[in-house]
Design a protein around this ligand. Sequence first.
Ligand code: SF4
Length: 284
Amino acid sequence: MNDGLNVENHSIERYLRLDRLPHIWCAGCGIGIAVGCFLRAIDRANIDPDKISLVSGIGCTGRVAGYVKLDSFHTTHGRAIPFATGLVLANPELNVVVFSGDGDLAAIGGNHLIHAARRNIDMTVICVNNFNYGMTGGQVGPTAPLEARTSTTPYGNFEPAFNLPYLMSASGATYVARWTVLHARQLERAIAEAMTKPGFSFIEVISPCPVVYGRMNKEPKGLDSMHFYQEKSVIRNGADPKDADIELNGPILVGKFIDETRPTLRDRLCQVSAKAQEKVKAKV
Ligand code: SF4
């Protein structure tokens, strides 16, 4: 039963905890679109929802874990990836997805992010990037473009931003893509692809935060950001991620940048374990 919300028979209804609605996200926020793409991707990829574990960190995007009717975990700030790593190692049958924001994943969780990519741990990371810490008042974050105004950089950001696709590909991720929430079909396809691919997959989702970041950067409505994405997005599959820097008011390179295969952490662990067992047998 859901007071006032007519979501009956919607294709993703069965994946939502309707008793938790309405959600906390502001009008015009893009996180809900990213969630819809993720839930439709489950069906597109024909994945058993009972095998999915979703892990979120802290912040507006971290709330996703509370709204999906899957095995989901809302963990502490920056620690979604270590929590997810434990799930992957304990039960290789699980399809583990980390769904969190740029502040959570790339700032306090940045160390975990790069090492999970280096190890090629079998998980999909969906990073909603709205260029700031929305929930706590719009402070500057590690992906805020130079000169962007935030509540802690009212005269413009003076710190260079992370280019997340480049960071991830340099760290060893075997699947790297970026889409905006305007590219809902491509995003859904990318998530389905990433969830069915072994190894560490990273998808950056550029998303509006109208009430905090957008208000300070000439995009006070979610629709303003959508128009901006329409005007500025450049789709280039296979592009070199080092060209994916985002500048204030500049173009946004989107597409699937990396799709390759190399042994996962578990593959290597199994190889070492088999060798160790052979050595032990030889000594007996
Ligand atoms: Fe979305 Fe920004 Fe509102 Fe958070 S503060 S819910 S990111 S619009």
